[in-house]
Design a protein around this ligand. Structure first.
Ligand SMILES: [Zn+2]
Length: 217
């Protein structure tokens, strides 16, 4: 886009901070200075944990109220432009630790949910992150059945049972011998991510690592 179009667009739809929604300059890349300072960023040693099955999950943020308010607009109310600042925050995790991976993918929504929402928020994060890291991004899994909303289930056991067998491979041959990074939006118990990692590993992936935008636990 040229500068004149940019200027007109900025007047009509001024860029806003994805957290507090104040009008900001385009150069601020979606986050105002105040919110950037307040972000619940986790320290290097705190931003990873082991999921069931021994898979590592990496995340830059704690899912506090500030992140939650912004995230709900991204997930449910069409604020797709947040994918850019969110991916940049997520990419920070991989800056200090040189990361080796062949394909970036995501935990997909079911086909009917994606159709209803018009986009898949985890896909947007995976695309944003892979372009920042210069990696290949591909759809590898699909959701083969509707499941109950994980956040409405109380115990880890209920969540594991709910999600078991819900994901299948689009193509059996894409993952053999590959190092895969799988992205989800928010990680809570990690049951969903762990199930997806399990499916990828079982299909012959050499290594599977998970990452999420924020951790609720
Ligand atoms: Zn702000």
């Amino acid at each position: 886009m040229n500068r004149i179009t940019d200027t007109i667009l900025d007047l009509l739809y001024p860029p806003r901070c994805c957290f507090c929604r104040k009008v900001i300059e385009r150069q601020a890349h979606g986050i105002c200075r105040n919110c950037r300072e307040k972000l619940p960023l986790l320290k290097k040693g705190e931003r990873r944990r082991m999921l069931d099955g021994g898979f590592v999950c990496i995340y830059p943020l704690l899912y506090n109220e500030m992140v939650r308010e912004s995230f709900l607009r991204f997930k449910f109310y069409g604020a797709v432009s947040y994918a850019e600042p969110y991916s940049a925050i997520l990419a920070e995790c991989f800056k200090d630790d040189p990361f080796c991976c062949d394909i970036v993918t995501w935990v997909p929504l079911s086909r009917s949910k994606r159709k209803k929402r018009g986009y898949d928020q985890a896909e947007l994060l995976a695309e944003g992150l892979s372009s920042l890291l210069g990696l290949d991004c591909r759809k590898i899994l699909y959701k083969n059945k509707e499941t109950k909303t994980q956040s409405l289930l109380k115990t880890g056991d209920e969540r594991r049972r709910n999600i078991k067998g819900a994901y299948s491979l689009c193509d059996e041959n894409t993952v053999k011998g590959k190092k895969i990074l799988i992205i989800d939006d928010i990680v809570t118990t990690g049951a969903t991510l762990s199930e997806c990692c399990r499916v990828l590993k079982k299909a012959g992936a050499e290594m599977v690592t998970a990452a999420a935008f924020a951790s609720a636990e």
